[in-house]
Design a protein around this ligand. Sequence first.
Ligand code: FAD
Length: 438
Amino acid sequence: MIPQKMNIFWFRRDLRFHDNAGFFQALNQPVPVLPVFIFDKDILDQLEDKHDRRVVFIHQAIHSLQQQMVSKGSSLKVYYGKPLDIFERLSQDFDINCVYTNHDYEPYALQRDRGITEFLQAKGISFQSFKDQVIFEKNEVMKDDGTPYTVFTPYSKKWKARLNESSLASYDTNSLSHNLYQQLPQPIPALEEMGFHLMTLDFPASIVEDDIVRNYKAQRDFPAIKGTSKLSVHLRFGTISIRELARHVMHLSEPFLNELIWREFYQMILWNFPKVGAGQAFKPVYDFIEWRNNEAEFDKWCQGQTGYPIVDAGMRELNATGFMHNRVRMVVASFLCKHLLIDWRWGEAYFAEKLLDFDLASNNGGWQWAAGSGCDAAPYFRIFNPRLQTEKFDKDLAYIRKWVPEFQEFSYPAPIVDHDMARKRCLEVYSKAVQLKL
Ligand code: FAD
């Protein structure tokens, strides 16, 4: 064991050096900080497709974090294994005073952190966690009567009213970097060692042009235009700071800031209503819908072979890139739940497997919004018409042509379902469930 007392900072979904709340708190102590990252075997083993873009993204982010650590004379210690086993090893190799990290609010992470806290406590080591990935968390933005909001607009008003300079202040980790434990560069496990394939991928940049933000309101709904930031993957893994982003955009575009607040709204919902993360509808009657759950139709939806070009374009974009434009996410999700009457949880799971920016709270929020079962969701009788959505948001068919070039050819499938019939069927099935009084 290295005799020197040490604090550990454990990176998770905050993969950046600068403006990192928990990392700052660790560096601000009079004890050297050993930065650690764990490729969590419990999570990686669940991923069936070993060409997973997210693992490649994380791997790249760890390499660039490592460069920054090395430039300060330190190094990340990167492990591959089960977190509890790794902490057991760390506690044998180092004289640990305290483990610092940032909050992760997902159910798996909460359970994992409880186990780690107990393990460390038994060894006399404390575990300290900080808010970092959101501006307001848990129950910081509540109604006047102390209960959580379930409607976005009043939540967002209260969120904005609470905002002040200190909520957006940066944590100056650079000024404390002399407190990093000095060591030679340590190896990073290769993707192949963890059973994943190395892929050359073009990930979205971690900065957004001011013009995109300024024109956001007018351009955000058109999937053929570069009208959104594509920052979601960076927000997901913390390769950008939410505080810096909010500070930057808040005077450029209120609609853009509102989207960042939607992200926090869904995180707040997951925290206060954990049942949504456990597969339950936010509005219980929606669990009584008699889904058709036709597997062959689901398969066609997944493959982008429904015969509805806007739906197929979205699904093919997702399959090919791990990204889908928000407008199209709404259209394909509505189509699955309402036109095909397939349980939104099937779609949620498919997105979870494929999305580069997959985030439990936002994904669940988006799916329950589309299915009508969520808080502040689209009313169940609002059924997107794919043809009208195309006329409004892809009228030159540029997006469709890009992803479904054969859409006017004989080889392209006929619509899997007739729109008018599907609409009527959906209203019947939904209204039967929704009329139930619980
Ligand atoms: P921009 O339009 O540039 O928005 C900026 C940021 O605001 C985004 O990066 C994101 O962090 C946040 N944001 C924007 N719209 C939303 C929204 N509706 N809800 C929550 N946050 C939002 N977003 C995810 O990050 N992960 C998911 O797993 C996810 N699943 C979704 C599933 C469905 C069915 C739907 C309808 C939406 C989902 N979204 C999800 C929300 C949204 O589609 C993406 O955040 C957005 O498309 C990402 O692109 P962007 O970074 O260019 O967004």
